[in-house]
Design a protein around this ligand. Structure first.
Ligand SMILES: [Zn+2]
Length: 633
């Protein structure tokens, strides 16, 4: 029979005002005492044998819980005459416990799959297993360090040494323990002092080289030991956050690339010193944390295969990353990396890592690892990255993607996958996903309600008005109706910088080649879609192969869409994207300063575009005939 010990002897001095005469474990959490939430969870996971240790206000707890029969569980009590400490209370009564038992603190609200944790502990034959999770204040928390097999190798109690970085893994006060293991050292304990699990017992077991295992999880567990925390727990309960974090509920994850997205892109980061956050990116992660979605890092680290960094050094680098994020109140729910590289034959390389693996992006191995940690609904999840590798990964996995314009800015030319959306940096990407996307998506569903399989869509508008964003929104809205759509960005036909003649809009595009493609499309032949490398201002070498099926919707988008005869006469749904001038000009400035132009150059470029393309587009008869989509600030 599964046994659970609930440590309910705490005094609850910090909650005095809220409690009145009640003992701490009976604090009300949304209509039910905290202790009852715990008992019901335990019962749901087959725990029938419950032991509650009591000290302060013991009678009130006994009175409330009785023998447990009203929940169909057995409850017995262990009364502490004086506080013995969390572990002391267990050790003095050890002989009366089962071989394996779970320990829960009476002031935590949790929604943890206790059965899964139990099975994990037994399967691994650990002497004790500790439930671990990252939090948003690791700098003043007691931290736990595990090795790559999950074995606990160190405890780092607060305050931490200033000269090194620590992983963000916090002991959440939920344990599984083997009685036999504790019996071995029973004689060594001094029961005249309180004995604590975290400060005394576990560190002592570690010193004796006992097998302590960490169980990292993204499930909800929070202590409700202060009025502020009680309020937080209640808010989480009411908002559904506690339920959403359950392993039975699909979670939305925002997968984040590391170099060039979250941290500065430098050639290769091989020491903690070289790792720096991109300014502002911690805010983005913090926003994800607060939203209740998962923030999961997925990074290719071929530096290990190359031999320029060991897995241990990489761990130090990631400890620094977690420390920097923690200082700003942000955390990653998990970090996955691929240490491999497929190409052999370099000096100093580590041959054991030179393999074709499943985890190197655009492979899906790291996403699969994440799915073992939490239940992730990939269709509603996102990948934010700075490279075409990230975009291809998202495409392969069926994730929505956001390309950030930091790092490689999408100009690495390794894969032809088109990003779903583009933002200037990580925080902007997170804001887009959490705040803007849901409403825009609804708008796109309305706008595409009349569109049928096989239809054509032409999206026009001035530069930087949001045409490609709308192309994706429509594609996604159609996908909800099981209609497959393909986006063709006309930017792909922008000529290389040295072949643009007078530099005016129509000479900048290879319109002849574009017309050929339109004809091929009409004939139903496979086409090849070029793409444009904005930073190098020339075409990418890679072409995206596009087999066209008759039922497919094709969405064309680009500044020249309303200027080429073939698109005007094409039987299609024409949309004109009208965004506010301030927003558009602001984006124009951001775009061209990224491409290295000075303020003066940007200004004069904008003027010439205003005279050339903006006037041309505004004069197109299609502008008046199209359906307008107005984007406001
Ligand atoms: Zn790999």
């Amino acid at each position: 029979m599964k046994q659970l010990i609930i440590l309910a002897g705490g005094k609850g001095s910090r909650l005095k005002e809220r409690l009145g005469k009640l003992p701490k474990p009976l604090i009300d959490i949304c209509g039910k005492p905290l202790l009852e939430h715990q008992i019901l969870l335990a019962k749901a996971h087959g725990f029938k044998d419950l032991i509650i240790t009591v000290c302060h206000e013991a009678e009130a707890i006994r009175e409330f819980c009785g023998d447990g029969s009203r929940w169909s569980v057995n409850i017995r009590y262990l009364e502490e005459k004086q506080p013995l400490g969390t572990a002391g209370a267990i050790l003095v009564n050890l002989a009366t416990f089962a071989d394996t038992f779970m320990v829960m603190y009476g002031d935590t609200l949790l929604n943890v799959d206790l059965s899964r944790f139990w099975d994990f502990h037994l399967r691994n034959k650990a002497e004790a297993s500790l439930f671990l999770h990252p939090n948003d204040h690791p700098h003043d928390s007691d931290l736990v360090e595990i090795d790559s097999n999950g074995r606990i190798v160190a405890f780092h109690p607060y305050p931490h040494a200033a000269d090194r970085y620590f992983p963000n893994l916090v002991n959440a006060a939920l344990y599984l323990v083997q009685k036999s293991s504790l019996e071995k050292s029973l004689a060594e304990h001094d029961f005249s002092k309180a004995i604590d699990f975290v400060k005394d017992l576990f560190p002592q077991m570690l010193k004796q080289n006992r097998f302590l295992l960490g169980y990292p999880s993204t499930e909800y567990i929070k202590d409700a030991g202060t009025p502020k925390r009680v309020d937080q727990v209640c808010a989480d309960f009411l908002s559904g956050k506690i339920q959403r974090r359950a392993l039975t509920t699909p979670n939305t994850a925002l997968f984040i690339d590391r170099d060039g997205t979250l941290t500065q892109e430098t050639d290769y980061v091989t020491t903690p010193d070289q790792l720096q956050l991109i300014p502002g990116s911690a805010d983005g992660i913090k926003r994800i944390n607060q939203s209740g979605h998962l923030a999961i890092l997925v990074t290719n680290q071929p530096v290990i295969a190359r031999g320029s960094c060991s897995e241990d050094q990489l761990k130090q680098i990631h400890n620094k990353l977690e420390t920097l994020l923690g200082q700003e109140g942000a955390f990653l729910d998990a970090i996955y990396y691929c240490p491999h590289h497929p190409d052999k034959g370099f000096a100093g390389e580590r041959i054991e890592y030179k393999i074709r693996c499943d985890c190197r992006k655009p492979g899906l191995g790291m996403l699969k690892q994440a799915q073992q940690l939490a239940t992730i609904d990939l269709k509603n999840s996102w990948l934010i990255g700075d490279s075409s590798v990230d975009m291809q990964t998202a495409k392969n996995a069926g994730l929505k993607s956001v390309l950030v314009r930091t790092g490689f800015s999408g100009c690495d030319d390794k894969y032809a996958a088109r990003p779903d959306f583009e933002c200037y940096n990580l925080t902007e990407a997170v804001t887009f996903i959490l705040d803007k996307f849901p409403a825009l998506f609804k708008q796109a569903q309305t706008q595409t309600a009349q569109i049928q399989a096989g239809d054509r869509i032409v999206i026009g508008g001035l530069a930087r008005s949001g045409k490609s964003t709308w192309a994706t929104l429509m594609k996604l809205a159609l996908a909800e109706r099981q209609i497959d759509a393909t986006i063709i960005s006309l930017d792909g036909w922008i000529k290389d910088i040295d072949q643009r003649g007078d530099g005016k809009l129509m000479s900048r595009h290879d319109t002849e080649a574009l017309k050929e493609v339109i004809q091929k499309l009409a004939a139903g032949t496979e086409i090849q879609i070029p793409s444009y490398n904005r930073l190098q201002r020339k075409r990418n070498k890679l072409l995206e192969q596009m087999p066209i099926k008759p039922e497919q919707v094709i969405i064309f988008e680009g500044v020249i869409a309303f200027l080429i005869e073939d698109f005007l006469t094409l039987k299609a749904h024409h949309f004109y994207i009208k965004s506010s001038d301030t927003l558009r000009i602001d984006n124009f400035h951001k775009e061209y300063s990224l491409r290295g132009l000075s303020e003066k150059e940007i200004h004069s470029l904008y003027q010439s575009r205003e005279e050339d393309e903006n006037q041309l587009i505004k004069a197109s008869p299609m502008v008046q005939n199209a359906i307008w989509i107005e984007e406001t600030e």
